[in-house]
Design a protein around this ligand. Structure first.
Ligand code: NDP
Ligand code: MG
Length: 327
């Protein structure tokens, strides 16, 4: 596969947003950061939110704050920064009735489009502008004169300008200062879910907790298990992040490196890889999304139960004590 090209400020033209109104729907982690960046870049930005905490926060930040449906009516570009699992129902109730040809639907994660929760009507552009990091970084990097790298995608190009709109929004957010890659919504969405389910969340969390259980069940002190199997994850992650794997292995002891080579493949083996492929299949064929949307539709009772169960694991108690030492 050919390497993707990073698109930069010089590839974007923010002036195409002149005279347009962007409605940011939702004022949470991403909504707040992206709305402030767009406004500081001279883009006319309004906020669509339900009443409550987010609405108060948007008004305090000096934004014109409307209901979701009123914001959709007023806007040329509707940037949906609502929870992924709620986007479908909010789209049907408050967006679809008011979306007319010539408008643009935008998201920062393709979930709702890829799994059919939102189907852009004829005559409407559908794009994605996605930062590779949380809202706090989106905003702080913008303010520092740099930006977070990001991804853009075009799902439906009714106007012939969908890609230019995505690039202009990425530029106004500071993302093209760092570099933006053009992908498909499917690549972004499948990749994002796969990464969080197999490495970042499911994967890392379960690996560390399982190793903690083995040591403590074999009679080792919880404090030792926590330090060795959990605390030091950050040290390794930081090394991997800044140096890559080969140079990380130069930084760790020869003993640790040898242990990696002989034991790693016994833990992450061909069967693990096959289970990862199965997880990718469940993401691609929509069964993960179907189950999750069903759970969300019931008010996430199982999510709450699992969250409670997770908080009751012994690693939480010892972890809280040890983390205090590093405050
Ligand atoms: P948050 O949960 O932080 O914010 C969601 C916002 O939606 C809140 O303002 C919330 O308001 C509002 N909201 C929730 N339900 C409704 C409703 N029924 N009607 C109206 N408003 C509602 O979400 P994020 O900012 O994290 O995520 C937004 C999008 O950005 C998602 O698509 C996500 O995948 C994507 N994204 C997120 C990243 C991240 O790091 N967080 C990174 C890249 C992409 P209230 O306060 O009233 O609940
Ligand atoms: Mg993710």
């Amino acid at each position: 596969m050919k390497p993707l090209q990073f698109l930069r400020d010089s590839d974007a033209d923010v002036s195409i947003l002149n005279g347009k109104t962007v409605a940011i729907l939702g004022y949470g982690n991403q909504g707040r950061a992206q709305a402030q960046n767009l406004r500081d870049s001279g883009v006319h930005t309004i906020i669509g939110v339900r009443s409550g905490k987010s609405a108060v926060s948007a008004a305090q930040d000096g934004f014109e704050t409307l209901s979701v449906s009123d914001a959709v009516k007023r806007a040329d570009i509707i940037h949906i920064l609502l929870p992924d699992e709620r986007q479908g129902e909010i789209y049907q109730a408050d967006i679809e009735p008011f979306i007319t040809p010539g408008k643009t639907l935008c998201v920062s994660h393709g979930f709702a489009f890829v799994f059919g929760e939102i189907v852009a009507p004829e005559g409407v552009d559908a794009i994605m502008v996605s930062p590779k990091g949380p809202g706090t970084d989106v905003r702080s990097r913008y303010l520092a004169g740099s930006g977070l790298a990001g991804l853009i995608a075009v799902k439906q190009d009714a106007s012939g300008n969908a890609r230019s709109t995505a690039l202009a929004l990425a530029c106004a957010n500071g993302f093209t200062r760092a570099g933006v890659l053009e992908v498909t919504m499917e690549q972004e969405t499948h990749g994002d879910l796969f990464g969080e389910q197999n490495v970042l969340c499911g994967g890392l969390v379960d690996l560390a907790r399982c190793a903690y259980e083995v040591l403590t069940e074999e009679g080792y002190p919880p404090e030792v298990a926590y330090f060795e199997c959990y605390h030091e994850v950050k040290l390794l992650a930081d090394l991997m992040h800044t140096r890559g794997i080969a140079k990380t292995n130069e930084a760790i002891s020869n003993t640790a490196e040898w242990g990696e080579y002989v034991n790693g493949p016994l833990i992450i083996d061909a069967a693990t890889k096959e289970r990862m492929r199965e997880s990718l299949r469940r993401i691609r064929n929509g069964s993960f999304a179907k189950d999750w949307l069903e759970e969300a539709g019931k008010g996430t009772p199982n999510l709450f139960a699992k969250r409670k169960h997770c908080a009751e694991h012994p690693i939480e108690e010892v972890g809280a004590r040890i983390r205090k030492l590093f405050e």
